[in-house]
Ligand binder design. Structure first.
Ligand code: SF4
Ligand code: FES
Length: 247
């Protein structure tokens, strides 16, 4: 099939960006979206033009590196699917596709479709871990975990840190990401000692970055490729309030 692409090109964080039109020809429905862009880039390189910059790594939906806005939707039209797992069979011959980077003040554009998500790293560094003394590994069954908690913790741990939740949110809020990280640790026995401090520190760091507040639009949950629930945000607020009141 043949497609018309309108791709956001921006030479640097400070340069003015604009859409550039490209014709993608002979696109196979079996290609992934990123493979289609690879072929477009091969053509650009052959003509001596600068290829379109975009982030990617695993290309199997687990690393969180990929992601842009496709026809106005974070990660494109397929629900619970990261951009790298989107297939061209979802599009049809003659389609026009608009491709833009994540739009959020806290994620400045680096180049073209690449944005700087360092703000997420700083939120994690503020408390997204469990401190343990080094030594030999404990016996696996010495700390029982209720099954329901283990499952909810695993669901939250599925967050790949892609940033689609921020891009989809009208407020540019990082609440779903932060709540997923706080929940997956706070639901486990090993995460209890630092639970209150973790919520306070991570939320404080989130507020220090340029993210907006959460007003429960729910767009984050719809855009999330891992279907993280906004229930985690309620849980995060509970931890924060408890830690603020009880110290
Ligand atoms: S909560 Fe979902 S959309 Fe947000 S960073 Fe994690 S995986 Fe991506
Ligand atoms: S490239 Fe790793 S999740 Fe898409």
């Amino acid at each position: 099939m043949n497609l018309t692409l309108h791709v956001w090109r921006q030479a640097s964080a400070t340069a003015k960006g604009h859409f550039v039109r490209y014709e993608a020809t002979d696109v196979s429905p079996d290609m992934s979206f990123l493979e289609m862009l690879d072929v477009v880039n091969e053509g650009l390189t052959a003509r001596g033009e600068m290829p379109i910059a975009f982030d990617h790594d695993c290309r199997e939906g687990i690393c969180g590196m990929c992601g842009f806005i496709i026809n106005g939707i974070a990660h494109g039209p397929s629900r619970a699917t990261a951009t790298c797992q989107l297939h061209m069979r979802l599009f049809k011959d003659g389609d026009e596709i608009w491709i833009e980077p994540w739009r959020a003040r806290a994620f400045p554009v680096v180049r073209d479709l690449v944005v700087n998500r360092g703000a997420f790293d700083r939120i994690i560094a503020a408390g997204g871990y469990i401190s343990v003394g080094t030594g030999s590994a404990p016996e696996a069954n010495s700390t029982p975990v209720p099954k329901a908690n283990a499952e909810r913790s695993m669901d939250a741990a599925a967050c790949i840190g892609c940033g689609a939740c921020v891009a989809a949110c009208p407020n540019g809020s990082a609440s779903l990401f932060t709540a997923a990280k706080i929940s997956h640790l706070g639901l486990l026995p090993q995460g209890q000692a630092e639970r209150g401090r973790r919520a306070l520190n991570m939320i404080t760091q989130m507020d220090l970055e340029s993210f907006g507040g959460c007003s429960l639009f729910g767009e984050c949950q719809e855009a999330c490729p891992k279907e993280i629930s906004i229930d985690t945000i309620a849980r995060m607020h509970g931890d924060f309030l408890k830690a603020s009141v009880l110290g």
